[in-house]
Design a binder for this molecule. Structure first.
Ligand SMILES: Cc1ncc(COP(=O)(O)O)c(C=O)c1O
Length: 365
């Protein structure tokens, strides 16, 4: 079969198998999963109610344009419903943004190591994926990224905070980069972890959209701090023109009705969200400390996970050894960092269990 040449080179995204399957395969009593950066606490109470509220309604298709939800999201950011596109997770929106601008022979650029969907989004349109290496201290190299932009470049993806490093791009530098982009380049600021970031460099993607930037697309998700990863819902904020182009790429019913209802109900939960964010901040400080004490080289994360270069130089080895002790973390070869691994901030119990497992490893387990 003449499948597209780019597909041949594309590595499939290998997600961690469900915990229950892993547990059975390994014959372990239990596994704590700190591998996929989901929120530790699940849906907010109002979202739980919304999920259970109308099972009979499931015989109907969802509301394809979801005006109330889009309006509610827009209001949160001082924007209009026409600035908001819903996606089956931010993951789908990464691809839809690519589909809206990329053609065969074009290319997309992004820092690397980063989120593997950027590679897939380029390849799935027949465009070339052009990863631009991070600096030696794992930060985004905006100068190199700028130099990688050619007349054939149509899109640049920047995860901020970056996954897997958890680091932020300096705010002023990123703004200058975005404002200096040529008009033919769409800039996707993937802010899936924005809620966990604080301080002067907090992501300001929505502000750029409010200012009317025509070429900026900001991605956010309900998968992390809102605890709805299994329902698959995220959103893009963009100029009406860019939002409309991306919206025309999506499947008609890409976001199901339960996800829409749960997302809508989640938007009033600011106090609980603040508590969750505070918990993550405490947890990532502890995890950083434990990792450093065990001889690994962690980075100071601004997200809900911590990246570390493995003491022995292999993230996979740490992943396998921790798994044998009942903790699933993420080796990062698929993200472009084979020397490293990533630990998601979990509940207190999960984090304590991780600390104990790390200790056992350091003592030769
Ligand atoms: C940087 C980044 N963007 C997007 C996503 C996808 O999120 P979603 O669950 O909304 O598809 C993730 C998920 O881990 C991510 O790390």
């Amino acid at each position: 079969m003449p499948f597209r040449p780019h597909i041949k080179d594309l590595k499939p995204y290998v997600a961690q198998p469900p915990v229950e399957r892993l547990r059975e395969e390994l014959g372990l009593e239990r596994i704590f999963k700190l591998a996929s950066n989901e929120g530790a606490f699940g849906p907010l109470p109002a979202a739980r109610d919304a999920i259970l509220a109308d099972p009979d309604g499931l015989r109907r298709y969802p509301d394809s344009s979801a005006p109330e939800l889009r309006e509610a999201i827009a209001a949160k950011f001082g924007l209009e419903a026409g600035n908001v596109v819903l996606g089956n997770g931010a993951d789908e929106l990464i691809r839809l943004a690519g589909m809206a601008v990329l053609e065969n022979g074009d290319n997309g650029v992004f820092p690397w190591p980063s989120f593997p969907t950027y590679v897939a989004a380029c390849a799935s349109t027949g465009a070339e994926a052009r990863p631009v290496p991070l600096t030696a201290d794992w930060t985004v190299d905006l100068d190199a990224l700028k130099e990688a932009i050619f007349p054939s470049t149509r899109i640049v993806y920047i995860a901020n905070p970056n996954n897997p490093t958890g680091l932020l791009a300096p705010r002023g530098d990123l703004r200058a980069f975005v404002e200096g982009l040529p008009g033919h380049v769409l800039c996707v600021l993937d802010e899936a972890y924005a809620e966990y970031a604080e301080g002067d460099d907090q992501p300001e993607g929505p502000q750029l959209v409010r200012e009317g930037a025509p070429n900026v697309v900001v991605l956010r998700t309900f998968s992390k701090v809102y605890g709805l990863a299994g329902l698959r819902i995220g959103y893009a904020l963009a100029s009406p023109e860019a939002a409309s182009a991306i919206d025309r790429m999506r499947g008609i019913f890409n976001v199901n009705s339960v996800a829409q209802a749960a997302a809508f109900a989640s938007l009033d939960g600011d106090d609980e969200i603040a508590r969750r964010v505070a918990h993550v901040k405490g947890a990532r400080t502890q995890i950083f400390k434990w990792l450093a004490l065990a001889g690994h080289k962690p980075l100071a994360s601004r997200a809900n996970f911590v990246f570390a270069e493995a003491a022995g130089g292999s993230g996979t080895e740490v992943e396998q050894r921790l798994l044998s002790l009942g903790v699933a973390v993420r080796a990062l070869d698929g993200f472009g960092a084979p020397s490293a691994f990533r630990v998601t901030c979990g509940s207190d119990t999960e984090n304590q269990y991780f600390a104990a497992a790390l200790d056992r490893l350091a003592n030769g387990a």
